[in-house]
Design a protein around this ligand. Structure first.
Ligand SMILES: C[S@@+](CC[C@H](N)C(=O)[O-])C[C@H]1O[C@@H](n2cnc3c(N)ncnc32)[C@H](O)[C@@H]1O
Length: 505
C-alpha cells in the first residue's frame, strides 16, 4: 500500500500533527518514548546543541507539568472526546472520578496524564486494525500510564509489559539500583495484530539456561531441549520440544541490549537517546518491509534510523527544532542515498514569510501546546531557551543566558514574542518594566510586524549594556533590542556579549 509513501519528519506538537497530517487507520506500529522529566531533558537538549549556558533556576521557568488553566481545559476536552466521539462511557466515568481525586492529591501527575491521554487516544485512531503500540516509560509513572492505556485500548489489548534492563553508571546505597525501563505493548485489536516472533528469535544455547529441561537429539540429528510441564486433567504430563536451531522468541525481560554508553559510536549526545538495537527488535517483531512506523516523540530519530535500516517507511514528530536538524544529519551520515524532497520531507519549519504567517495562524487556532509554536520557533531560531511556564512570570516567553564577565557570571536577556499585526510603543515600555522587575540585564522583542519609529526610540532610551571586565569590556550592546520574524528567518541573531567571549576563549 505504501509504495508512493514518502518518509516524513514533522516539527510541531504531535497532537496537532497527528490530527492534521496523519490518516486514521494508516499506521502499522507506533513507538513512543515521551518525556516525563521534561524540564531536565529540555535543559540538557538546549545546552548540548547550542553550547549556550543555562542556569539551574531556569528549570523553574519550564515546568511543563503544572496544572494550568490550559490543562484543566484539556481534562474537560478529553472527557468529552471519550464520551461523545469514542462512546467510551466506562473509562470516561472512571477518568472523572480519578481526576477529582488527583486534583487534590497529585496535580503534577494529573497534568502529565491528561497530556498523555489525549495523545494516546489519537494514536489508537491512527493505527491499522493489525497495528500495535509500544510505550516506553520508567517506573516513575508507568503504573498510572498503564491505567490510561487499559482505558483507551481496552484491557484485552494489553499484550506485554517488557522490562528492559541496562547497566549504566550510578548506584545509590539506600536502595536497589534502578536499572530498568518499562515498555508496554498494546494491540489495536488482539485478534488481528501482527507478531513475527521468529524474526527476532535469539540463538539458543545448548545448556539449561535457555529453556530448562534436558538436551535430546531427534532421529534427524537435530538437538532440542525436552521440557516437562504440568499434568492435564487426565493425569498426563505435557511436554514441549524446543529445537536449538530455531532459536527462541525473547521473554518479556530484555537483558541483552544495553543502554547507550558514553563511548558508543551511535551516541549523538541527545539526552534520553535509545539504542538502535532496541528499536530494531520491536520493529522486526511487529512489522514487515514496507510497513509504516510512527514515532510521535522522535527525539534524535532512533526509531527512524532503525526503520530505514530495516526497509520500513517512517514518520517522526518532535516539538524541538534541534531534533529535526540532528535527524537529518543522522540520516545523511548513515544512509547516504537519502535525499530531502525525494526520500523524505520535512514539514512545519517555516522557510518563507508566508509560512511564518501560516505558523502564526495555526498557533492562534491551536488549543494545545501548538498555540506556542510560533514563539518556540522564534526563540529557538535565536538560540533562546523557551519558558513553557505560561503564568506568573510577567510575560517572559524565553531567555538567552550569556557570560557577562571573565568569571563566567551568567547574564540574562529576557525575550518577548509578539505575533500581532500592529505593534504599540507600550510593548517596549512593558518589556523594560519586566526586565527591571526580574533583574535581567537585557531584553529582546521578537515581532511579526516591523517596529514603529516610536518603539525604536523607546528601546534606544533604555541605554546600553557593557561587560564588567575582559577583552570586550568597552563594547556597548543596546540594552533593549528588536528583531522581526523576517530578520530571524534570514538568520539574524541578537547582539550579545556571549559570542564575543566564545571567540576569545
Ligand atoms: C525522551 S525524548 C525521545 C528520545 C528518542 N526516543 C531518541 O531515541 O532519541 C522525548 C522527545 O519528545 C519531544 N516532545 C515533547 N513534547 C512533545 C510534543 N508535544 N510533541 C512532539 N514532541 C514532543 C521532546 O522534544 C523530546 O525530543
Amino acid at each position: 500500500m505504501s509504495e508512493n509513501f514518502i518518509n516524513q519528519i514533522y516539527y510541531g506538537d504531535n497532537l496537532d500533527v497527528m490530527n492534521d497530517k496523519i490518516a486514521d487507520n494508516s499506521i502499522d506500529l507506533i513507538y513512543l518514548d515521551p518525556p516525563f522529566n521534561s524540564n531536565r531533558n529540555y535543559n540538557r537538549i538546549y545546552s548540548t546543541n547550542t553550547g549556550m549556558p543555562v542556569p539551574e533556576e531556569a528549570i523553574a521557568f519550564c515546568d511543563a507539568w503544572e496544572l494550568t488553566e490550559d490543562k484543566i481545559e484539556q481534562i474537560k476536552l478529553f472527557t468529552e472526546e471519550l464520551k461523545v466521539q469514542d462512546n467510551n462511557e466506562n473509562f470516561a466515568n472512571f477518568w472523572e472520578a480519578w481526576v477529582k481525586n488527583l486534583q487534590f492529591q497529585n496535580e503534577k501527575i494529573l497534568s502529565y496524564l491528561v497530556f498523555m491521554a489525549r495523545r494516546l487516544r489519537i494514536m489508537k485512531h491512527k493505527l491499522k486494525d493489525t497495528g500495535s503500540l509500544f510505550l516506553h516509560c520508567d517506573p516513575t509513572a508507568s503504573h498510572y500510564v498503564k491505567i490510561i492505556l487499559d482505558g483507551i485500548f481496552g484491557e484485552n489489548n494489553f499484550i506485554n509489559e517488557i522490562i528492559w534492563c541496562y547497566n549504566t553508571a550510578g548506584r545509590g546505597k539506600k536502595r536497589f539500583a534502578k536499572k530498568h525501563d518499562t515498555i508496554f505493548f498494546y494491540s489495536k485489536d488482539n485478534r488481528k495484530y501482527s507478531f513475527y516472533g521468529k524474526a527476532v528469535a535469539i540463538p539458543m544455547k545448548a545448556g539449561r539456561e535457555s529453556f530448562g529441561g534436558r538436551l535430546e537429539t531427534d532421529e534427524k540429528g537435530r538437538k532440542y531441549r525436552l521440557v516437562y510441564g504440568t499434568k492435564n486433567s487426565e493425569g498426563k504430563t505435557k511436554y514441549y520440544k524446543y529445537y536449538l536451531d530455531e532459536g527462541k522468541i525473547p521473554e518479556d525481560w530484555w537483558v541483552d541490549i544495553n543502554a547507550i554508553q558514553s563511548q558508543d559510536k551511535e551516541r549523538l549526545g541527545y539526552p534520553t537517546q535509545k539504542p538502535v538495537a532496541l528499536l530494531e527488535r520491536i520493529i522486526k517483531a511487529t512489522t514487515k518491509e514496507g510497513d509504516i512506523v510512527l514515532d510521535p516523540f522522535c527525539g534524535c530519530g532512533t526509531t527512524l534510523d532503525a526503520s530505514q535500516n530495516l526497509k520500513r517507511k517512517w514518520i517522526g514528530i518532535d516539538i524541538c527544532m534541534l531534533s529535526t536538524t540532528l535527524i537529518e544529519e543522522r540520516l545523511k551520515n548513515n544512509y547516504k542515498i537519502l535525499v530531502k524532497g525525494k526520500d523524505y520531507i520535512i514539514d512545519g519549519i517555516p522557510i518563507t514569510m508566508e509560512q511564518v504567517k501560516a505558523l502564526i495562524e495555526k498557533s492562534d487556532k491551536s488549543k494545545n501546546e501548538g498555540r506556542y509554536q510560533f514563539q518556540y520557533w522564534a526563540i529557538e531560531k535565536v538560540q533562546g531557551f523557551a519558558s513553557t511556564k505560561k503564568s506568573g512570570d510577567g510575560g517572559i516567553d524565553g531567555s538567552i543566558y550569556f557570560y557577562k564577565d571573565e568569571n563566567k557570571t551568567l547574564g540574562r536577556m529576557i525575550l518577548s514574542v509578539k505575533s500581532n499585526k500592529k505593534l504599540q510603543a507600550s510593548f517596549i515600555r512593558d518589556l523594560i518594566g519586566t526586565m527591571e522587575n526580574n533583574n535581567a540585564d537585557m531584553a529582546g522583542l521578537i515581532s511579526y510586524a516591523p517596529p514603529s519609529q516610536d518603539m525604536l526610540n523607546e528601546a534606544k532610551k533604555s541605554g546600553t549594556f557593557k561587560m564588567k571586565d575582559g577583552l570586550f569590556a568597552n563594547v556597548e550592546y543596546p540594552r533593549v533590542q528588536i528583531l522581526t520574524a523576517e530578520e530571524i528567518l534570514n538568520g539574524k541573531k541578537f547582539n550579545l556579549p556571549y559570542s564575543r567571549l566564545i571567540k576569545k576563549t
